[in-house]
Design a protein around this ligand. Structure first.
Ligand code: SF4
Ligand code: SF4
Length: 371
């Protein structure tokens, strides 16, 4: 298969060719039934949704890939990473440690029983079990790679394609936010990193930030100091100090600045970590709203379902997905419909920057699959 093919099957279904059959069709066209060798360790990277988010991918799509990997002789595991910061607070909380995430996943129907394979939170209990990979990005020079990725022979990136405020939230975001440790997520969302205003610290009578620091690199005397050489930039201390204690001595400042470019630079670090040839991408452009699956609600849908895409190129598959979404009739009843054109257009930053850093191409051939 040429590296720039993007396979596509639309949303039309019938009893003998349903969405699971179509997912298998894409899997086969990608050659995965032959690529996956006996005993290969295969990560199926997906997102299992936040509690209350009702738009995330149904577990049955994941279990279908699990079955296909097993049929090919591989050893599958289902994986995602912890979310940024610490704690259960809405709207983004509930996935900030591995146990939190696994508890949420079960409520959303994802378990070893339903999937047929173990769920492994790839960056460990704290979201900090990572290995740094160097890149020469415009913004990012080092990407924390989840340890579980490093042992994989094949990675199937199964993505729910929808939007978030920077545009298309699809494969590139699943790589550049979803498959990096917390330090990588901080570099995307809070480019200034962890900041200290030591004079606001309440001192050793508080010390609540120390309990959640995975590397125990915080020292509290009359005030706070951090041993930056051992800091993972996980944001736990900032969540507690600014969000719970409300002292504001440690903080992380959210910013959308250069977010799209930062995401694709992280994605480059991810694929470089074990080699881009090990990654295969599936976009399920269904249940498409203006919000990603990291929020605790399912936003009203913006358009009719599009279908399933498959490729070995992360830029090409997302570009093809955006182009197809552009052709869809918008749902005029969606409260976000006025934002749709802007969301479609601003997605260009992902593709243009992805091409400029060598992550992928917009020069692909769309191959329509029919049964
Ligand atoms: S949580 Fe904040 S106020 Fe409390 S000890 Fe830590 S830095 Fe100081
Ligand atoms: S000091 Fe660094 S490693 Fe420790 S909790 Fe804060 S951000 Fe995480």
């Amino acid at each position: 298969m040429a590296r720039t093919d993007v396979f596509f099957t639309d949303r039309k279904t019938e009893s003998s060719y349903n969405m699971l059959d179509k997912l298998e069709h894409v899997f086969t066209e990608l050659g995965l039934d032959k690529v996956i060798q006996s005993g290969n360790k295969v990560m199926i990277k997906t997102h299992m949704g936040l509690h209350g988010n009702t738009n995330h991918l149904r577990p049955v799509y994941v279990s279908k890939l699990v079955d296909l990997v097993k049929s090919a002789g591989g050893i599958p595991f289902v994986s995602d990473t912890c979310s940024l910061g610490y704690g259960n607070a809405r709207p983004y909380g509930g996935r900030t440690t591995a146990p939190e995430y696994l508890a949420r996943a079960i409520k959303n129907g994802f378990s070893q029983g339903t999937l047929g394979a173990p769920i492994v939170i790839a960056d460990g209990y704290w979201g900090c079990d990572t290995h740094n990979v160097s890149i020469d990005g415009k913004h990012i020079k080092s990407v924390p790679i989840p340890a579980a990725l490093l042992d994989c022979d094949v990675v199937l990136v199964l993505t729910h394609s929808k939007f978030h405020h920077t545009g298309l939230a699809s494969t590139l975001k699943n790589l550049g936010v979803g498959l990096v440790g917390k330090g990588g997520k901080l570099a995307v969302h809070c480019p200034t990193g962890i900041e200290i205003e030591a004079d606001k610290c309440l001192g050793s009578d508080c010390s609540k930030c120390i309990d959640v620091c995975p590397t125990r690199c915080i020292t509290i005397t009359d005030t706070v100091s951090i041993d930056w050489d051992h800091c993972k930039q996980c944001g736990h201390c900032a969540s507690i100090c600014s969000g719970v204690v409300k002292a504001g001595a440690i903080k992380m400042t959210w910013s959308g600045k250069d977010m799209g470019e930062r995401i694709v630079e992280n994605a480059l670090g991810v694929v470089n970590s074990i080699g881009s040839e090990k990654f295969y991408y599936f976009n399920l452009a269904i249940d498409i709203s203006d919000m990603c699956d990291c929020v605790c609600y399912g936003a009203p849908l913006l358009m009719h379902d599009v279908g399933i895409f498959g490729s070995t190129d992360p830029v090409a598959i997302d570009h093809a997905t955006r182009e197809a979404m552009t052709e869809m009739h918008p749902n005029r009843d969606s409260p976000a419909v006025e934002k749709l054109n802007e969301l479609l257009t601003k997605s260009d930053v992902f593709f243009d920057h992805g091409v400029s850093i060598g992550l992928g191409t917009k020069d692909y051939e769309l191959k329509l699959l029919k049964r």
